[in-house]
Design a protein. Structure first.
Length: 225
């Protein structure tokens, strides 16, 4: 079989054709909004940042992948909204005078609220305020167990976290890329102050944890039907 080598110009033309095909498949077109979608699912990536407070337990900044879904399309005007926004963060605590990674705090809020949505062409922008109840749990780290034993002379027997009320103001943007793809950007602030309790051989060490999180989420969903 005879094989032919492409000239440099032919290679460039072929590359430009591939790029043009990809752009035409992804870029939005006038009649291809995700309007007929009833359910879409995909993934998101969350950056959670927090400020530190030396007088109490505080959370680290985290980077979390997750699942994102969308039911139907977004209508303009006032309306009710809901959210789960479950997350887990590493908590620091001073043990024997030295800040130590205490362990992982799990916060699982179930929230509902009210807000307003503006719809402009392919974009739906929602500003709302959510509030609800969060279930808390705690898993202590090996470093914290060792720190309690070596610095304070006590043994750790148990670790848990209290349930707590949470609040989250947020702004969310949905952008319909085409009939199948939707892009979501969500910026919000979760206020959560559960009590983290460490039971040791000498008693109970209970302190409020500053688990507030400034959240930025970016996700993409694909319309299934």
């Amino acid at each position: 079989m005879e094989q032919r080598l492409l000239s440099p110009g032919g290679v460039r033309i072929r590359r430009l054709a591939v790029v043009a095909f990809l752009v035409s498949a992804v870029c939005p077109r006038a009649a291809s909004a995700q309007e007929g979608s009833r359910f879409a699912i995909g993934g998101e990536f969350t950056v959670a940042a927090t400020d530190h407070a030396s007088t109490e337990d505080h959370a680290h900044s985290t980077y979390l992948p997750g699942i994102l879904w969308r039911f139907g399309t977004t209508d303009p005007g006032w309306g009710f909204h809901w959210g789960l926004n479950w997350y887990a963060v590493d908590i620091d605590r001073p043990i024997g005078g030295t800040s130590t990674v205490l362990g992982e705090l799990h916060v699982k809020p179930i929230m509902a609220g009210y807000g307003y949505t503006w719809v402009v062409r392919r974009n739906a922008v929602t500003a709302d305020l959510l509030g609800g109840f969060a279930f808390g749990s705690m898993s202590i780290s090996g470093a914290a167990i060792d720190a309690y034993r070596t610095r304070t002379g006590v043994q750790v027997l148990d670790a848990d976290a209290s349930n707590v009320f949470v609040l989250k103001p947020e702004v969310a943007i949905w952008h319909d890329i085409n009939k199948l793809l939707g892009l979501n950007i969500n910026v919000g602030y979760v206020l959560a102050r559960p009590e983290v309790r460490i039971t040791t051989s000498s008693g109970l060490d209970a302190r409020r944890a500053r688990a507030d999180q400034f959240l930025i989420k970016v996700g993409l969903v694909y319309s299934i039907f």
